[in-house]
Design a protein around this ligand. Structure first.
Ligand SMILES: [Fe+2]
Ligand SMILES: [Fe+2]
Length: 193
């Protein structure tokens, strides 16, 4: 359903389980970055009215996810730590060349966003199915559904604003590239690590 070419090795959950504080901290900042991305799309592409409207809704939803994760951190007696570098996203951003028309830039940003939502959704699904901590498993099941909707929305906007055939070809190339990045990951207690 998500189109991803390489599933995460389920053993990644065993690594996560040993350090819940770390995954929650990283996850909180993933939600903050999702919020920031939505704001940045509004700033960069204000003339795309439908996108702006959806991004306003997304900002509210992603910041509410941030609060949900932050509350989980507090519930467990911890304090939110500093942001972690997301190697996965850094690698991903190297795929599309810089420049091109405004529409091309928009399409690339929408495809990156769709992919990050898709991979996050896949990771959350794994957590919801494999975590021994049932309370946290339920928490991840609910978030998984939201991220799946975000994936569909971003991909839909890319197809709407770009040339559909070209967008679909780029999406396939990006998925292939992402699978290569992913083959070296799944070893850290972070959402995309
Ligand atoms: Fe989210
Ligand atoms: Fe999201």
């Amino acid at each position: 359903m998500l189109g991803l070419k390489l599933p995460t090795d389920p053993r990644w959950v065993n690594i996560v389980e040993k350090n819940i504080e770390e995954i929650l901290t990283d996850h909180a900042f993933c939600e903050q970055k999702a919020t920031s991305t939505a704001i940045s799309l509004i700033v960069s592409f204000p003339e795309y009215t439908e996108l702006v409207q959806e991004m306003v809704a997304l900002v509210k939803e992603e910041i509410s996810h941030f609060k949900m994760v932050h509350d989980k951190i507090l519930e467990r007696g911890w304090t939110l730590g500093r942001d972690r570098k997301d190697e996965y996203v850094i690698q991903l951003m190297k795929f599309f060349p810089k420049g091109g028309s405004r529409t091309t830039q928009l399409v690339h940003r929408l495809l990156y966003a769709a992919l990050i939502e898709a991979r996050s959704c896949e990771r959350f699904r794994l957590l919801s199915e494999e975590l021994e901590d049932k309370e946290l498993a339920t928490f991840y099941r609910n978030l998984m559904v939201s991220e799946a909707n975000h994936y569909t929305m971003f991909l839909g906007f890319a197809r709407q604003y770009g040339e559909k055939k070209e967008v679909d070809a780029k999406w396939q190339q990006l998925l292939e590239y992402e699978a290569k990045i992913m083959s070296d990951l799944g070893k850290k207690e972070t959402v995309h690590g």
